[in-house]
Design a protein around this ligand. Structure first.
Ligand SMILES: Cc1cc2nc3c(=O)[nH]c(=O)nc-3n(C[C@H](O)[C@H](O)[C@H](O)COP(=O)(O)O)c2cc1C
Length: 254
């Protein structure tokens, strides 16, 4: 596959098929924990996925990210231990009725996946004053999350699963991966080939939480303004597309 990173003009058009491929990727992306295979990941796939991450938007074109690729089993074992410690703390934070369900959930694939990636944010990459970060100081962190999402979607298109592990103390990541104090670990990701992708989020299948209806989350011209009769056509379309997203059409139709 050839990647065209530079075109003189913006004459790129998207066909119906291209659009379908994009939505297919978005709606069939999953957070993968339990389906990783130990097979090595082809290097060309990793390179493309990282390149996709590196083409995320970033405030002031800051590109504040780094990608720490973790393949060493010894290092992954230390990370896994840090996860286990945090996960025990996490379990005790839930009310008693929910603790046993929480403990039954698989929430990481650190050792089963052949590679982990820690995505970090260097907040001082462009000096103290950054175009676009003058008033909302956290936008460099958001930029890094955009890179994570690009990586996640590109991986899905490459047939690779990704799982985000956030149940870990940031200090543990600093310590184990030698990340300097002023660099923020944003995401710890597990990546690899998978036996299969589940059709729905694991947390939904486990009965932890359902997807919210999009129409309830959309307001018009101000917070909590939902005068749907004034916006009937758009509201109808949002409703009409709700089954389209989580549903069978994507899996069966595409
Ligand atoms: C910021 C962030 C942190 C997450 N942390 C974890 C985690 O620690 N363990 C886990 O199993 N899933 C984690 N997830 C995955 C979510 O549980 C998952 O995205 C959600 O349940 C929806 O499922 P889907 O990604 O398969 O659509 C995280 C996702 C995000 C965006």
């Amino acid at each position: 596959m050839k990647i065209h990173s530079q075109t003189a003009t913006q004459e790129v058009e998207f066909s119906e098929k291209d659009r379908e491929s994009l939505y297919k990727t978005i709606f069939n992306r999953r957070d993968v924990r339990g389906q990783f295979l130990p097979d090595p990941i082809p290097h060309d796939k990793i390179a493309r996925v990282l390149q996709a991450a590196h083409h995320a938007p970033s405030v002031g074109f800051m590109q504040p990210w780094n990608f720490v690729l973790v393949q060493s089993e010894a290092v992954r074992k230390r990370i896994h231990r840090a996860f286990m410690d945090a996960n025990e703390e996490a379990a005790r934070m839930f009310e008693e009725g929910k603790q046993s369900t929480y403990r039954s959930l698989k929430l990481e694939g650190i050792l089963e996946s052949p590679m982990n990636i820690c995505v970090t944010c260097d907040r001082s990459r462009c000096g103290p004053v950054v175009l676009g970060r003058t008033h909302i100081k956290t936008v460099d962190l958001y930029s890094t999350v955009c890179a994570v999402q690009n990586l996640w979607l590109a991986a899905r298109a490459e047939g690779l699963g990704v799982g985000w592990v956030s149940i870990i103390r940031q200090e543990a990541l600093h310590d184990i991966l030698n990340i300097p104090e002023d660099i923020v670990p944003i995401a710890y990701l597990c990546i690899g080939k998978v036996s299969h992708f589940n059709a729905a989020p694991d947390l939904q299948t486990a009965g932890w939480r359902e997807r919210l209806p999009l129409e309830d989350l959309v307001y018009f011209d101000g917070w909590q303004q939902q005068e749907r009769d004034q916006h009937q056509s758009l509201t109808d379309q949002i409703r009409a597309h709700s089954g389209w997203v989580d549903g069978h059409r994507l899996v069966d139709g595409w």
